[in-house]
Design a protein around this ligand. Structure first.
Ligand code: AMP
Length: 588
């Protein structure tokens, strides 16, 4: 296929941003395209050579491209740079420069799409010390035979500056029209794209086999599936409205999403944007295949950085230390991780995306052997706001950023964002200015590295009117190894067999303490709560107040007695002040 056909189309496409016009131009281009070249055309339209997950990058620097233009035109580098600075686009500058050359030298030969593509491919694959010279040689040989318009687009592809503004959907519309005469078939193409993440392959299949070929598209190992995404919700109430009677809730961990493709010992990792990320995680590559009890599988997990001493989850940013080419072994030991599985999409040669959520979760639990390094994302089934709120609190205490809520009877919808999955994130709206002094009334045993201590504490205020200790929150963040130890030493002698009747709480603590110890807590916000007992019925019937995202400051207020702790009245006035502040802020 003559490359000039493609260059002419590119020129026309650059002149519009209208989707219908672009679709029409693409249809005309596809109609002129031989079947065996269609995948190349589709990649080139997107400024690529292969689907993203293959990681083939052209990566040609401007300086190098300028040297190649100079070599092919015989025009000084300085002059090309001047032309480039005038216009701001090297492709265009090259066209102007080459225009001068072709007028004075020889006639150009026709070049083909195949030749351009193969040459670009060779350039992308070059590595090593001589690669710069070789790249210049390849580029200038193409430019020698290209007319100025063709040359400008070759350079734009090489430099990654070809921006036709063509969305994948537009390409699929045009493919459906050109090869099946019916735009409605776009949906089938979309499905094929969602499971393969390879638009070139989709194009080639419809060109060679028609719609039947597209319908046969299957999930394939080592070919990433486009991830299913979640809609955002703002409150527990909204969850109930959208999710129906019963649903699954999972911790939403703050890490990196990974799709693991495993066959025997062979394993490949893909990021959420379907890049290959295997090289950053040699620990996963080594350990995970040994833990999978299946011949092959595609699974999804969240990789989370952890504090090796406490086992606590660390924020996403910590994982960025892993994104390096060299000394990765050092990063592996300095920045340990855990792999937290939440879905399975393929297993023992079978596609699992059609299975519903609960079937997939069961399968997942059957095929992965949990240990310290790899776990399942904590999950529970829920029906009402209370259950969501409680799990939300636990998830925040465990260092996660909120919850993912998933419908039980729905399949895995690759590539789509919809209401079958929802996310409820913690949001720090207005930070509570004051810290609170709260009474430790109950404890929950720690897991993992917190074994042998109380990983989470149940806290209360002091209600002067009734002389009781109503619960206000659970806290599991802000503790160091030392403070956990210290608190254990202080609290364990205070455990009681039965809950002290002055403690007002319906929580199911593992242990109850005499209400004596006071600790200092900060929080982001005071919220209405159906579970906690502080200021019950004061603001709203059957509702109390709770702290959102509480954190231990490290201060054990040994000088205070339980009756000196923050009172319900103080919490009510903080709650009102906080709402007034939010209201005032909105008015400004
Ligand atoms: P967001 O990035 O806010 O749209 O949230 C979606 C991301 O949350 C996913 O891409 C995952 O990286 C991450 N995530 C954390 N926990 C889960 C979970 N239990 N299920 C699905 N995704 C999760």
């Amino acid at each position: 296929m003559e490359y000039s056909i493609l260059a002419d189309s590119f020129e026309k496409m650059e002149s519009t941003r209208k989707r219908l016009e672009l679709t029409q131009m693409l249809v005309e281009l596809f109609e002129k395209t031989p079947q065996e070249v269609i995948s190349k055309i589709v990649y080139l339209i997107q400024g690529k050579l292969r689907p993203d997950f293959e990681g083939i990058e052209l990566g040609v620097a401007e300086k190098l491209a300028i040297r190649a233009v100079s070599k092919s035109s015989g025009i000084a580098i300085k002059k090309i740079e001047d032309e480039y600075t005038k216009g701001g686009d090297l492709g265009h500058a090259a066209a102007v420069i080459l225009e001068q050359k072709t007028q004075t030298t020889f006639l150009v030969e026709n070049i083909t799409v195949e030749r351009v593509y193969e040459t670009l491919f060779k350039i992308a694959k070059l590595e090593g010390s001589r690669s710069q010279d070789m790249k210049i040689k390849y580029i200038s040989s193409l430019l020698n035979d290209a007319n100025p318009l063709e040359a400008s687009f070759i350079l734009k592809i090489l430099l990654g500056t070809l921006r036709l503004g063509i969305a994948e959907n537009t390409v699929m519309d045009a493919l459906a029209i050109a090869y099946s005469g019916n735009k409605e078939n776009r949906k089938l193409l979309q499905n094929a794209y969602n499971v393969s993440s390879d638009l070139g392959k989709v194009a080639e299949t419809i060109a060679l086999e028609g719609i039947q070929g597209i319908e046969k598209f299957k999930v394939n190992l080592f070919n990433p599936i486009r991830p299913m995404l979640a809609d955002r919700v703002k409150s527990e109430k909204e969850v109930i409205e959208k999710m129906g009677e019963e649903f699954a809730i999972e911790y939403k961990l703050d890490g990196e999403r990974v799709q693991l493709h495993i066959e025997g010992d062979k394993i490949e990792l893909f990021s959420r944007s379907l890049e290959k990320i295997s090289s950053y995680y040699p620990d996963i590559i080594e350990k995970i295949p040994k833990m999978v009890k299946a011949e092959d599988a595609i699974m999804e997990a969240e990789i989370v950085a952890i504090n090796e001493n406490t086992g606590d989850f660390l924020p996403f940013q910590e994982l960025m230390h892993r994104r390096r080419k060299y000394k990765i072994e050092k990063a592996v030991s300095e920045y340990p991780i855990t792999v937290n599985f939440f879905d399975v999409l393929y297993c023992n040669g079978k596609d699992c995306t059609d299975l519903n959520y609960i079937e997939r979760r069961r399968k997942l639990e059957n095929i992965v052997q949990e240990n310290e390094f790899a776990k399942f994302i904590p999950m529970t089934l829920a029906k009402n706001e209370n259950e969501i709120e409680e799990f939300f609190e636990n998830s925040i205490n465990a260092g996660s950023e909120g919850l993912m809520l998933k419908m039980l009877d729905k399949p895995y919808q690759a590539g789509s964002r919809g209401s079958h999955w929802l996310k409820l994130k913690r949001e720090y709206r207005n930070e509570l200015g004051d810290s609170l002094d709260l009474v430790v009334v109950g404890g929950f045993f720690g897991k993992g590295r917190r074994t042998g201590s109380y990983g989470t504490l149940l806290l209360s205020t002091y209600d002067e009117n009734t002389d009781t200790f109503p619960s206000i929150c659970k806290v599991g963040t802000g503790f160091t190894d030392e403070s956990l130890d210290q608190l254990y030493q202080i609290l364990s002698p205070k455990t009681t067999i039965k809950k002290n009747p002055r403690i007002n709480s319906e929580m199911d603590a593992d242990v109850w303490f005499e209400p004596e110890l006071v600790i200092e807590i900060v929080a982001s916000e005071i919220t209405l709560s159906p579970i906690h007992k502080v200021a019950r019925d004061e603001i709203r019937k059957d509702t109390g107040l709770a702290l959102r995202f509480p954190k231990f400051t490290g201060k054990i207020r040994v000088e205070k007695m339980a009756e000196d702790a923050s009172t319900d009245d103080e919490v009510i006035s903080l709650y009102k002040g906080q709402n007034k502040a939010a209201h005032d802020k909105n008015l400004i």
